[in-house]
Structures are given as C-alpha cells and as structure tokens.
Design a protein around this ligand. Structure first.
Ligand code: FRU
Length: 501
C-alpha cells in the first residue's frame, strides 16, 4: 500500500514535482540567468501515462519552482521527450521583432488521430515567444516523419554545428538501436545525414533512447575538439535495467564515427558507461550555455523499478546537474563529470567541518559526532593491501541501516552497496550492489559524495567515475561512519558540509 506522503524522502537538492509521475528531463536550457527544465510528466497519476511536458525554473540549479504545464497531452496525441533551443538569430523566422523564439522539438505519439495510425511517433515543433510561458504548435505537424507508421522514432536532441553553420538533430529508431542524424538551418526543414550504430552492436530487445551529440575540447585544447554521443539504453545496463552509454569520436558534419572501435567491431568496450550506479537515465544537455562546459542532467531512476519507487505524492526525481570535460585517461578520451559550479557555490555558503587526516586501524570504525540527512562530503582515501575501507552513509544509531561506499586497494574496485539502505523491498529488480573498477592515483582515491534524503551520488577521482543510487532510509538514519576492514586506511582532507534545509 502506498503511504499518503513520504516527506522524509523529498529531495532537498534535486528537482521533483510536487505531485505525480515524472521521467526524462526534456529541453533544458539557460536564458537570462534562469535555468529552465521540462520533463516527462503525468499530471494525473503516480505512474507513467498521459505524457505531457512539465516545466520548472531555477536560478541556482538547486532550488526549483514548478511552472504551469508547457505541452499538455491531448486526446489524439501524447508528448514524448525532446529538446529546446534559443533561436537567437531567428533562423526559424518564428520570432518577433527583438524577441528570440524558443524552439521545442519533441516526439508526438498519435493515438485516435485520423491522420496517423495509432502509436505512430514523429517529431513536432512548438515555439514560444515569452520565454517558455506559453507555446504554439507549428502548423507543419509533424515536421519530421520517418515512415507514415513508424512506432519507435523519437527523442530529438539538437546541437549547433559551427563549421557548417547548421543545427544537427539526433533521434533514435529505438528498437533497432540506431541513432539517426539530420541537419537544418531553420529548425523546421530537416535533411537526413547518416545513421550511427557501432558495427556489430546488435542487442535484440534493447531500446536506444535519448541520443545526444556534443563537442568538447580534449584535455582543454580548444583546437582539438572531439565529439561525444550519449545514448540511453534499456535494459542491460551495467547496474541492471536502464542506463547510459557514451561513445567518443569525431563528427565531420555528416557522420559520427566512434574512435574506440576495432576494425571487426567486436570490442565490447567501444563505449563507456556514464554512470556505474543504477539510477541515471535519459541524460540531456542544457542548451544555450554559451562557452561554458556542457551541463548535463538525468532522470534519477531506472525503468526496471521506477513505477514502484515508494515515494508519495510524487514519483521521479532528477540527478544533480553536472558539468562535463573530456580528458585522456588510459590513452583514450574519457568524460569527467562534476556537480555544476552553481551547486558548488551553494555548498560553499554553508559551514563545513574538516579534518586534515584521520587514521583508521584494521577493522576500525570512526564516527564523527554529527547528524545529517543531506550533506556534501569530500575526502581522499589512502590505503594499501586487500580490504575494504570507506564510508557508511545515512546510518542508523544501531548501525543496522546504512549505505556503504567502499574501495578495495587490492582489487581496485569501488562498491556502492544499498542492501541495508532502508526500504528495498518494493521491487525485486531494485539491484542492491554496484561495483566498478577504479585505478588509484598515487596510492589514493578521491571521493565526492552528494547525499540527499533519497539518493547518493558519487564522483570518484575528480569525476572520472560516477555512481548514482536511490535509497529510501528511515528519517532517523542520519549518522555517518568511516571504516577499514582487513587493512588499515587513512582519510585525508575530509570535508563535510551539512546541507539539511
Ligand atoms: C525514455 C523514454 C523516451 C520517451 C519517453 C516517454 O525514458 O522512453 O524514449 O520519449 O521516455 O516518456
């Protein structure tokens, strides 16, 4: 039975609607210092359906104001995921004097519509001349069709290609695991460019969703820009259920080519996982952020169990927005992720407690005298030999409840274990233990943990590895402890900032 309300799990740092179901982030962008976020929203119930675009705004990426529904589902049409750009140069011609229009490209799913077979998916355009408060549909509806009855053609995402001065749209044919690329100069008329599917990549039954293409300088060299294709996949992600893959490579204005593919295409490591935890899906980039590094936001849930998550009267929350950089790791380009600068600023406004060094003896436990349900925690863990050491988050007084983040310098594995994190019984597909390989740097690993009322986000080694998990602890589980098992370890530069509202 669903409780009426679970305020103990209402996030303090993450967006969630006041009530009802939410999945993917849609069309996020920045304009006039205001961050806008749209999202797949069911305004009527706690499960997926009646898909509309909800809308929220923020000035600091931490506090959000829910706005009126932007694009409501209608009787003949549901509104699936998509993106928004600010058409500053009015290339669409949809602006008015001095008013740059916002252009939303999204997927229409037609049902009971005389012009389209039931279930057809195609790309539609809506525009706004008042910064997203109200939207009008373009008379050309849809603007892009694959075939008159394609049912798996969705999730348009846009990127500006400066060398050719045109927009590129990525969409998927979800069940064929293909990204389709198109180009346009006016955002209304789209020409096919190419398909992206890594050679040999056939996983029948897996859906590809929410593709996003972007360019980034490699190792900070502006003259060496590389391209990254981010694709959400469901199921069979690294942590079970749904998750996000990314490919690094080149884009020549027509074709995206992944640079980690061997000639026979058999390398299963041609992609990386964006996140090694279970709750990161449908990652999408904020548009119109100028020269700033790309900022990404995801849905913090998993299709394997999203509709049973025990929160009420809302279900679904977003991850923290993160900024991306591309750096060489083990001889190949790799995405590094860190919480957005706005979040870092917010943290710095709060008093922190810090320790230069704490030694943990073999099988030792250290519990700092503090209680937090929401906190930002950073430290370096130094050790040697086999044995796990790390931190227990959201721990109960009797130590029976807690989420364990540990590292083993012997096996070089980072583990996030939510077996005893609280309510885990709402779905047998709520995977419990997530493990990833992480090389120490000079004998240590750095961990940045963002702990909220119902989630743990981990950024390891300066963001080289990310792990995101939902948890549903008891309200009173607000202790922290550090531990070392089978081998000693040392904490360095520990800093804990309580963020409880
Ligand atoms: C991804 C997704 C998208 C689709 C939307 C529907 O989570 O399945 O492919 O547009 O959600 O809500």
């Amino acid at each position: 039975l669903q409780p009426r309300s679970t305020p103990q799990w209402r996030p303090a740092l993450h967006f969630t609607p006041q009530a009802h179901w939410m999945n993917d982030p849609n069309g996020p962008f920045l304009v006039d210092g205001v961050w806008h976020l749209f999202y797949q929203y069911n305004p009527r119930s706690m499960v997926w359906g009646h898909t509309s675009w909800g809308h929220a705004t923020s000035r600091d990426l931490v506090h959000w104001q829910e706005q009126a529904i932007a694009l409501p589902a209608t009787s003949g049409r549901d509104i699936f995921s998509g993106s928004v750009v600010v058409d500053t140069a009015n290339r669409s011609g949809l602006g008015l004097k001095g008013i740059a229009p916002l252009i939303a490209l999204y997927t229409s799913v037609y049902t009971g519509n005389p012009r389209h077979p039931d279930g057809t998916q195609a790309q539609s355009l809506a525009f706004s001349r008042n910064r997203g408060q109200t939207w009008q549909n373009h008379p050309l509806d849809p603007v892009l069709t694959l075939s008159p009855d394609s049912r798996q053609f969705r999730d348009p995402s846009l990127t500006w290609y400066e060398p050719g001065r045109f927009w590129v749209m990525t969409t998927v044919v979800a069940d064929a695991q293909i990204v389709k690329l198109y180009r346009s100069t006016d955002l209304i008329h789209w020409d096919f460019l190419s398909d992206f599917q890594p050679p040999g990549y056939r996983k029948p039954g897996m859906l590809w969703e929410m593709p996003t293409l972007m360019s980034l300088p490699l190792d900070g060299h502006p003259e060496d820009r590389r391209w990254v294709m981010i694709v959400s996949v469901n199921p069979w992600s690294i942590a079970g259920g749904s998750g996000v893959e990314y490919y690094t490579g080149r884009f020549d204005g027509t074709r995206f080519t992944s640079d980690r593919l061997p000639p026979d295409g058999s390398d299963p490591a041609a992609y990386h996982w964006l996140d090694h935890g279970a709750d990161n899906y449908a990652a999408i980039r904020f548009a119109n952020t100028g020269d700033a590094p790309p900022c990404l936001i995801s849905w913090m849930s998993n299709w394997a169990y999203a509709d049973t998550v025990p929160t009420a009267p809302w279900r679904g929350q977003m991850t923290l927005p993160v900024t991306l950089s591309l750096r060489t790791l083990n001889n190949s380009p790799h995405l590094y992720q860190a919480p957005a600068p706005d979040y870092a600023l917010f943290v710095r406004k709060h008093p922190a407690q810090s320790w230069l060094r704490q030694d943990l003896a073999t099988n030792g436990v250290w519990r700092p005298a503090m209680r937090h349900s929401v906190a930002d925690i950073t430290f370096t863990l130094r050790g040697a030999g086999s044995g796990r050491s790390g931190i227990i988050l959201r721990e109960s007084e009797d130590r029976r409840q807690g989420t364990r983040l540990s590292y083993d310098f012997g096996s070089k594995l980072l583990t996030l274990d939510r077996t005893h994190s609280g309510n885990t019984g709402f779905s047998d597909r709520f995977s419990l233990v997530h493990v990833a390989h992480l090389d120490p740097e000079k004998g240590a690993v750095t961990l940045h943990v963002v702990m909220d009322r119902s989630s743990i986000e981990v950024f390891a080694n300066d963001g080289a590895l990310r792990m995101t998990d939902l948890i549903f602890p008891d309200r009173e589980s607000d202790r922290l402890s550090f531990f070392a098992e089978d081998a000693p370890a040392t904490l360095e530069n520990l800093r804990i900032t309580g963020l409880d509202p």
